[in-house]
Design a protein around this ligand. Structure first.
Ligand code: ZN
Ligand code: ZN
Length: 299
């Protein structure tokens, strides 16, 4: 399996289209949400605003990651993609908190809601979020940033469908309370989808191995190198949401103390793992100095 990935189409245009489409819809949703006195619509609009902001942040970090950085940033500004993802998650948690607060406050009151507007605008939400999800469908596997945005759009479609169903019951049975319940449900759905993003981006900030890399598999691959006695100082750290670096010291037998070992290992690491920057140091060790953890004398 190869992790080399070519972007189809212009992702820059996709970001701009997504931002413009969604901003226009948020304005419509806010105005009609207030006119219809619907918490479900206003909550969804606030939430969509957080989405556009996060889409904007993703776009911004995407542009910065490709910009030439001062020499002292030897990896460029790629690290910003990790921070953007983390800030996205925090913003989502904040909007979730506001929605939960508002839902409980309204459940106590008996507010009437205009069901016709709710159904129409929520239907618009299904279309806008569907179009946006379609835009990023090709890119979703290449980056946790973009995958996060994609999964998120899918959960948004579900929320809009829920709002349509609620609007139907308001029209049919005058169940006005269902509007607040939908606002609350929307908040919970968003909270769950944000949690994964929050955890993974925090891990990356703390320098943990990205979730896509199987450490045990990687160690086995290193140990299978010809003439290897042992290895130490294995470090794997994220450069961005898509790029990872690795460094390791390889202790080899005198006859294997040459470039062949490192060249071969680097190639198989890059072909089997999403690791892009590999640094290896060779160390010579005689057979009679073999350490207790020697790979040649195991199993
Ligand atoms: Zn959303
Ligand atoms: Zn060493």
């Amino acid at each position: 399996m190869s992790f080399k990935h070519q972007h189809k189409g212009n992702i820059n245009n996709k970001f701009i289209t997504g931002i413009v489409l969604n901003t226009a819809f948020i304005i419509i949703e806010l105005v009609y949400g207030v006119l219809a006195n619907s918490l479900a619509l206003v909550a969804d609009a606030i939430h969509n605003a957080a989405d556009v902001l996060s889409l904007f942040l993703s776009w911004f970090s995407f542009l910065l990651a490709r910009k030439k950085a001062p020499e002292k940033f030897t990896y460029g500004y790629k690290n910003l993609t990790i921070f953007a993802t983390f800030i996205n998650a925090i913003l989502l948690f904040l909007s979730v908190g506001a929605m939960i607060w508002e839902s409980f406050e309204r459940l106590g009151n008996h507010e009437t809601v205009n069901s016709g507007i709710v159904i129409l605008v929520a239907f618009g939400g299904v279309i806008i979020n569907g179009l946006s999800a379609f835009l990023f469908f090709d890119e979703r596997r290449s980056d946790i940033n973009i995958e996060g945005a994609f999964l998120h759009l899918l959960s948004d479609i579900l929320v809009s469908v829920g709002v349509i169903v609620a609007g139907f019951f308001i029209w049919w049975r005058s169940w006005y309370w269902i509007d607040s319940v939908m606002g609350l449900l929307a908040a919970i759905v968003i909270m769950i989808s944000s949690w994964k993003l929050f955890k993974e981006s925090l891990n990356l900030i703390l320098g943990a191995i990205p979730a896509a890399i199987d450490l045990e598999k990687l160690k086995i691959m290193i140990l299978q190198s010809k003439g290897l006695v042992t290895f130490h100082d294995l470090h794997i750290w994220p450069i961005s949401t898509t790029e990872t670096a690795l460094s390791v010291h390889l202790v080899v037998l005198p006859e294997s103390f040459n470039e062949e070992v490192t060249t071969k290992l680097e190639e198989s690491i890059k072909n089997n793992f999403p690791i892009h920057h590999v640094t290896m140091q060779l160390e010579k060790r005689d057979n009679n100095e073999c350490p207790t953890d020697c790979a040649l004398h195991q199993g």
